[in-house]
Ligand binder design. Structure first.
Ligand code: AMP
Length: 193
């Protein structure tokens, strides 16, 4: 596989997490889901988790500085370990980050420091009513109708501008996120070749 530095973008419920996790396993990539990392902090009741919990429960975005610190430390660790010649994944897959333009710009600066440009941005696309169905079926703490509506709204206002941002950089490829997990995985695989 030539493409090994990937971003997954898409509305909540499009199946980013599922696809990202499986793809990372298949290709030995470091999978960084800011949502998962934040939920782990919340469960462990760390200071960071306590700060994030209420914001997450409302379906809003936690502060850029907070998520950026999480992503930065993980990517810097991986890069340092690679340059020491230690075994481990050389590529990565960011899932749920960036979520707005400020995060995208901060990521660009970080990746330029690390000399690790993005190879591909996968946009997972799905109709709103299907998103709603999937999210309501999932039963996560922040998956109730009102919070879901708000998360979709936050996606449209803050995250969707990333589509134009990455399209302009010729990094974006859209995938139809309707269908079986396997069918969608195949569509994504075809983009990586
Ligand atoms: P997710 O699992 O990606 O749906 O994320 C769950 C929640 O975590 C989101 O609704 C946000 O509150 C928070 N979150 C995850 N990633 C980010 C991010 N990149 N920036 C800000 N908040 C985030």
């Amino acid at each position: 596989m030539t493409k090994q530095r990937l971003l997954f973008v898409g509305p909540p419920g499009a199946g980013k997490g599922t696809q990202a996790q499986q793809l990372a396993l298949r290709h030995n990539l470091l999978h960084l889901s800011t949502g998962d990392l934040l939920r782990a902090e919340v469960s462990a009741a760390t200071e960071l988790g306590l700060e994030a919990a209420a914001v997450m429960a409302r379906g809003e975005l936690v502060s850029d500085a907070l998520v950026l610190a999480i992503v930065r430390s993980r990517l810097e660790q991986q890069s340092a370990s690679l340059s020491r010649g230690e075994p481990g994944p050389s590529g990565w897959l960011l899932d749920g980050f960036p979520r707005n333009l400020a995060q995208a710009e901060a990521l660009e600066a970080l990746l330029s420091d690390l000399d690790q440009p993005i190879d591909l941005v996968v946009l997972m696309e799905l109709d709103d009513d299907l998103l709603m169905q999937r999210l309501l079926g999932r039963g996560r703490a922040d998956d109730n109708t009102e919070v879901i509506r708000h998360r979709l709204e936050v996606y449209r206002q803050q995250t969707a501008p990333l589509i134009a941002y990455y399209r302009q950089r010729q990094l974006l490829q859209a995938v139809d996120a309707e269908g079986s997990i396997e069918a969608i995985a195949e569509r994504i695989e075809r983009l990586l070749a």
